[in-house]
Each structure stands twice: as C-alpha cells, then as structure tokens.
Design a protein around this ligand. Structure first.
Ligand code: TLP
Length: 346
C-alpha cells in the first residue's frame, strides 16, 4: 500500500518528539498516594486554565464525564442531554450503568439546545417523575460536525440552571478547538459550567488522558469515584508530562486542522453524491451524507480504504477529522480518491 491518510479521528495523534523526551525525564511518584509532582502540576494547570478550584487527571474523557455525572446526581435523578451528544450516545450508557440516572435527550440546532425547551423539561421530583439535577452541554459538538456552540446560548442555559438550582457539566473534549476557532477564551466557556472535562489525547496529541475540573469538594469526591472505577494510577507523571506539553505547546496549531477541514469540506461539497455545506464546518470535524445509486456508505469507505484513505461511518453518513497526522498532501490524496472512485462508479 502506498500513502495512508488517516482521517478517522483526532484521537490518532501521536506524541511529539518533545513529549517523548519530557515523558522520559518526568519526575514521578505514586499518584494514588498523592506523590506525583508532574500529575499535580498538570491538575493545577488545568484548573487554573479553566478558572476552577481543582483538577483531576483521568485516563479517558469517558471516565471524566462518568465521574461528573455520578458526582452531581443521585440515583433516580434525570439529566438533560443534547440528543446527539457524545455523553448520551457514545459512552456505553454510563449514565444508567454507573450513575443510575435517566437521560432526557433534547433536540438542538447544531448542538445549541433551545433554553425554552430545556426549561420545559426541568422536572421537580414527584412520585411519578425523576428530579432534574444536571444539564450536560458539549462544545465543540462532535456529532454536529464539530460545531461551535455559541457562548450566548450556553450562558442562557446557565441562567436557567441558576434559577432552578441545577448543575451544568460541560463536555469540553474539544474546548480548545472551540476557543481557537471562535476567539472566545476557554475560561469564558468554562464559566458557564460547574464542572468541565477536556481531552489531552485528541488534537493536542498527548498519548492518553483527560482533565476534569470543578470545585474542590467535587474534585475530592471525584478522586474517590475515579479510584472506585479503577482509574487510580501510580507513576503516571510519565503521561502527565505529555499532557503539560499538550496544554502549553499544542493549542495554537489546532487552527491548521481547522483550515484543512474547511478546504476538504469545500472540495467534497462539489460532488453531487455528497450532502455537505462547507460553511457549517467550524473546526476539525467534517460530517456529510453520502448518496449513490450503486455504492453504500460501507462500500464507499471500503473503496477509500483500498486507496489508503481512512475515515469512519457515522449515523449521518461519513466523518473525516483533520489532525496533526494529516497535511495538505493527505487532503489532496482524499479529494483525488473521491474523484477516482466516483468517476469509476458512474
Ligand atoms: N470521541 C471519539 C470517539 O469516541 C467517537 C472520537 O473519535 O471523536 N466527548 C467527546 C465530545 C468525544 O468526542 C469523545 C471521544 C469523548 C468525550 C470521550 O473521550 P475518550 O475517548 O477519551 O473516552
């Protein structure tokens, strides 16, 4: 096989040489015993960057979200989620499995739920109804093609949560993408949330790890929940060292991923078989519908793979994600492969 261009996700990013060096040199200790200075530095940096009291290093974004939902709710509660959100659709049902709460999915426009709709769905506990205790938001919104949810929408939902005494958990797996693309500082986004999770291991290129930030008491309890879920880690400063560089060195370059995603989207939108408005691609994720009389999405992805182009199927069709592992030549490779396959199949 000649060139491989991997657009499956920004999770495929590999640690940089500088990260590998920092990992080799990291000062470490037993983090479950509170002895790892590198992890502690990362947790402090995460909290400070997001304007929160404390931070917790977790192996995955999914674990960070699961701890947050469990931490803010009681069994029999209800949690308002956006219908296409990752926390509701892609995290193996931890809401019901771990926190034992009922998710209430609401529709949205590109990830932005209508505050009136949210308001209508907040319930007081009764013999019939669960009590609504938490609202989850996501930004950028993965399954809305990496859309940036406007700050104003999030602030309106915050206002509502304050009126009704609810907490907000923010899935900010790609909050730095949102910030780099919109110019809104991450701290302003984070200010709408009681807790926020962000990932180091996506476009920021750390090999593993996410951060959960929030009030000190919530994070103290979260540390116990992390242990209960099997996420207590020992000399994990070797990984946190890469996380520190992810936060300090890798954020600005996300803009390159956004430029490439836009270029790819513009070119792909020219094909009649592809249902895509490139103006709606805000960041690094390009999701489009694919309609062909003789090729299914599965067939088409298989043909792309034969040409060295890797992408993933999603409910809406196909997803391409740009990252530091793809450059302009990979984007050209993808566009040419589309041309060839579609002309061969016509
Ligand atoms: N997303 C992954 C897959 O699970 C689909 C990807 O390739 O995009 N929140 C959001 C918004 C995410 O996109 C993801 C991962 C997570 C949470 C979970 O993070 P991990 O994979 O670290 O558990």
């Amino acid at each position: 096989m000649s060139k491989i261009s991997d657009f499956r996700s920004d999770t495929i990013t590999k640690p940089t040489p500088e990260m590998r060096q920092a990992m080799a040199e990291a000062v470490v200790g037993d983090d479950v015993l509170g002895d790892d200075p590198t992890v502690q530095e990362l947790e402090r940096l995460a909290a400070k960057t997001m304007g929160k009291e404390a931070g917790l290093y977790v192996p995955t974004g999914t674990m960070g979200n699961a701890i947050a939902v469990k931490g803010w709710t009681q069994e029999l509660d209800e949690v308002i989620v956006e219908a296409r959100s990752h926390i509701y659709n892609m995290e193996s049902t931890h809401m019901t499995f771990i926190a034992r709460v009922n998710p209430r999915p609401l529709p949205s426009f590109r990830g932005a739920m209508d505050p009136e709709e949210v308001k209508r769905n907040i319930k007081e506990a009764s013999v019939h109804h669960p009590r609504t205790s938490l609202i989850c938001v996501e930004n950028t919104h993965n399954n809305w093609s990496g859309a940036i949810v406007p700050l104003e929408n999030l602030q309106n939902i915050r206002g509502l949560a304050d009126q009704r005494g609810l907490k907000i958990h923010f899935d900010g797996a790609r909050i730095f993408n949102a910030s780099v693309a919109s110019g809104v500082p991450v701290m302003e986004y984070a200010a709408v949330a009681d807790s926020l999770m962000f990932c180091l291991s996506k476009g920021l290129s750390a090999p593993i790890g996410s951060m959960l930030v929030g009030p000190q008491s919530f994070i103290d309890h979260g540390r116990r929940l992390r242990k209960a879920l099997g996420g207590g880690m020992r000399q994990v400063g070797v990984l946190a060292a890469a996380g520190l560089l992810a936060m300090t060195k890798m954020v600005d370059r996300l803009a390159d991923d956004h430029v490439r995603a836009k270029r790819l989207a513009r070119a792909l939108s020219e094909f009649p078989e592809i249902d895509l408005d490139p103006e709606l691609v805000d960041t690094d994720i390009v999701i489009f519908g694919f309609h062909h009389p003789r090729l299914s999405v599965t067939d088409f992805l298989a043909r792309l793979k034969e040409k060295g182009i890797l992408a993933l199927p999603v409910p809406q069709g196909i997803r391409f994600v740009t990252s530091k592992e793809v450059d302009d030549s990979d984007v050209d490779h993808a566009i040419q492969s589309f041309q060839q396959i579609l002309s061969e199949a016509s």
